[in-house]
Design a protein around this ligand. Structure first.
Ligand code: HBI
Length: 364
């Protein structure tokens, strides 16, 4: 594939490296590094203060965008008049001639709406499932006007928008060299993720209490009130919390665990934490919902249990020894390596640029 000049535009909810961007931070880091390794020219456009490995980042200042994942279906579009979201996309507009392709990673209305306003093709990697009617409308507009310009982590996630066939399914990946296989775990199981209601940490606390298995909690403490309420119900929660750790420290702790417990209350678009665990040889016990349901091979690299069924989760925790830690690492190497990710994204870019549709006229 010939060398592309790529602009990857980040989430406006926080600087890269703050953890506020959740899984999309890891996706951007891994994708950016892999595309550059393949010889493409990669530039990241992100809120001021962003750091992403050694990738070149253009920082844009301005008030951050409120997060979408805690809002309801009828939430109206919110846009600061001089916010970082508008300013990032004005920067992209000004410099678009320097790029062959612009890929948006923000889960926000504006970049989808602006797609026909750009001469340089704009593609969208959608990082969450359907959350609001306004965003669904923006996504469907691009599906209609620019077929082929939508990417997603998983089929389940894409289907939540009602136009799943319009998406290229790209899955995710991690740098496997950062994760060590651990054949002999200790007693505890792990829970990883943003501590926020839609991740339902309470179910993991309840199930491990029932199964009498120690739990290690890691991740960004995003919703303080929610954490306090958990502490009231589960006194052991505070001692189980090990903080938001960089990958090296995180994988050392997770690798020692017998399993990762995933309790998504919402349709998790992917669940990077699942492939981080698999890379360490750690099986995943998860609700049969969203991304984790497309990752876990139930019975081999984990168990899928009926969603929101805490008793089933506790029961699955008693069957961890039946799972195969070597198979977990092998699945990560086959499906979730950086070369596999690079192949999928290059195929998507080729499909868009090789036969990019004529510039559609914006609807009157
Ligand atoms: N909210 N408004 C908004 N925009 C985003 O890009 C965004 C978000 N909430 C969460 C989020 N991105 C990421 O954590 C997920 O994309 C992974």
């Amino acid at each position: 594939m010939d060398r592309l000049r790529l602009l990857l535009v980040s989430t406006p909810v926080g600087p890269l490296g703050s953890g506020l961007g959740g899984g999309v931070e890891l996706t951007l880091l891994n994708l950016g590094q892999e595309l550059r390794r393949r010889g493409h020219d990669v530039t990241i456009l992100a809120p001021a203060g962003s750091v992403l490995g050694d990738l070149p980042v253009v920082g844009v200042s301005g008030p951050l965008q409120p997060t979408a994942h805690t809002q309801g279906r009828d939430t109206p579009i919110v846009l600061h008049q001089d916010g970082v979201l508008g300013r990032m996309w004005d920067t992209a507009r000004q410099h678009q001639d320097a790029y062959d392709l612009i890929v948006n990673f923000a889960y926000d209305w504006l970049p989808f709406y602006l797609t026909p306003f750009f001469q340089t093709p704009v593609a969208h990697f959608v990082t969450m499932g359907s959350l609001s009617d306004a965003m669904d409308g923006a996504v469907r507009q691009v599906a209609d006007q620019f077929p082929g310009r939508l990417g997603a982590y998983t089929r389940t996630q894409a289907e939540t928008f009602g136009c799943g066939a319009a998406f290229k399914i790209l899955s995710s990946a991690i740098d496997l060299s950062c994760y060590q296989f651990c054949p002999t775990p200790g007693q505890a199981v792990a829970w990883l993720g943003r501590i926020s209601p839609e991740k339902a940490l309470e179910d993991a606390l309840a199930a491990t209490e029932m199964a009498q298995i120690p739990l290690k909690i890691l991740g960004k403490l995003e919703d303080e009130a929610y954490w306090q309420s958990l502490g009231q119900r589960f006194p052991q929660a505070a001692d189980s919390y090990l903080g938001f750790l960089p990958t090296q420290a995180l994988q050392a702790i997770v690798g020692q665990c017998r399993a990762l417990v995933m309790t998504p209350r919402w349709v998790e678009a992917f669940g990077n934490v699942a492939i981080e665990a698999l890379a360490c040889g750690v099986p995943v016990i998860a609700y049969d919902r969203g991304g984790p349901a497309e990752i876990v091979r139930s019975g081999t690299t984990g168990w899928l249990v009926p969603p929101d069924d805490i008793a089933a989760l506790a029961e699955a925790l008693t069957r961890i020894e039946a799972l195969d830690r070597v198979a977990c690492r092998q699945q990560a190497e086959t499906e979730y390596s950086l070369p596999a990710l690079g192949d999928r994204f290059e195929a998507w870019f080729q499909a868009m640029l090789g036969t990019s549709p004529p510039m559609a006229e914006p609807r009157p």
